[in-house]
Design a binder for this molecule. Structure first.
Ligand code: AHR
Length: 352
């Protein structure tokens, strides 16, 4: 019991740390909820340690969690992996970790292997939205609960997973669009935007595009003149931006679906003799350290935060599922936004 309480204490501290980090942005906490709770079961139910009538199922044996990660495509992903690995260790959960290298077939193989190994819970961050029903049904038939983290699936059958824990990507796209609309509210001429999309078919690429387009539609001067995938990587972001610069002499704004692509694009812009953040305004998503550094130097004008520190909430969800507690079907991560000035202020204490 003492061991279990110590484990929950560590988780609690990590969840609190994550909430503080997420609150660093300018509008953190506005309109988003962080469901799921951060209290250990005994505290949540009002029971003291001495009163707890019986051990929850999660305390009886070591939990095994199979986790299939998308890959290592970005700074965000590296921070997300670290958070999950550290939180599992802190909660004494046996983590079977598999890196899918951005390939859906590798994730499907990993999930099947977790089913064969009879893990207690499977969690994964789906590289793309579609094509998961068959393997999720296999997990369900084997009686293994599934948690989606970070990215959603487009399955019509919500019984195939217990909960989805992660950001609201449409809202992130809206925040990016709102900043742009405000910046160009007095513009009389067309504003030419190029867009670097995330991985084709992935939830963040689809949703960040949709949210952004929805908001900029309010000003007909704001026009997306080119849009292509940069696969969430720095190398691809640079390559595609080079092509954009060759094809279009009159780019005003770059909207990149993540910091890594924006950082690659900055290299291309500088090589073309232009000043990122000045000649071409840049908006990106994530707010990882390198992105925040570029923002603090004025090279990125606005960053929408996407919090990668999902580990503590995931471990809490896993324990609650095994303890047969009710958990919300959707757990939304708290996030903020950063202008260049705000990035400069936040950088010294940025965790990732
Ligand atoms: O799914 C989250 C996205 O995936 C992050 O924004 C991006 O950097 C990552 O690769």
């Amino acid at each position: 019991m003492v061991k279990r309480l110590r484990k929950w204490g560590v988780l609690l501290a990590m969840t609190a740390a994550m909430t503080v980090t997420a609150a660093c942005g300018s509008n953190a906490g506005s309109g988003t909820t962080q469901a799921g709770g951060s209290q250990p079961p005994a505290a949540a139910s009002g029971q003291s340690q001495a009163q707890a009538p019986s051990q929850p199922a999660s305390a009886e044996k070591k939990i095994t969690l199979g986790f299939s990660q998308v890959g290592a495509e970005s700074g965000w992903r590296t921070a997300n992996t670290k958070s999950i690995q550290e939180s599992a260790a802190a909660a004494s959960i046996d983590l079977k970790f598999s890196d899918a290298q951005q390939k859906q077939e590798n994730q499907i193989k990993a999930i099947r292997s977790f089913i064969q190994q009879k893990v207690d819970v499977i969690a994964f961050s789906p590289v793309v939205e579609s094509g998961w029903d068959t393997v999720l049904k296999e997990a369900k038939d084997a009686g293994i609960p599934v948690v989606l983290t970070d990215r959603a699936v487009d399955s019509k059958d919500p019984s195939l997973y217990v909960t989805f824990l992660g950001s609201d990507f449409v809202e992130e796209g809206r925040k990016a669009g709102q900043w742009l609309v405000e910046q160009y509210k007095d513009a009389k001429d067309p504003v030419n935007i190029v867009e670097l999309q995330g991985t084709t078919g992935s939830a963040p690429a689809i949703d960040r595009k949709a949210g952004f387009e929805e908001v900029i539609a309010s000003n007909p001067n704001l026009k997306i003149i080119a849009s292509q995938t940069g696969d969430f990587t720095r190398a691809k972001g640079k390559e595609v931006m080079q092509a954009f610069l060759k094809a279009h002499k009159d780019i005003d704004v770059l909207y990149a679906h993540n910091d890594d692509m924006a950082l690659g694009a900055i290299q291309a812009i500088e090589s073309a003799g232009l000043k990122p953040g000045v000649d071409i305004k840049i908006i990106s998503v994530d707010a990882v350290r390198d992105g925040m550094q570029a923002a603090s130097e004025g090279k990125i004008n606005f960053i929408v935060e996407c919090n990668p520190l999902l580990g503590p909430q995931l471990m809490e969800a896993v324990q609650n599922i095994l303890d047969k507690k009710d958990i919300p079907k959707r757990i939304v991560t708290k996030e903020g936004t950063f202008t260049s000035e705000q990035a400069k202020e936040a950088l010294p204490t940025r965790q990732y």
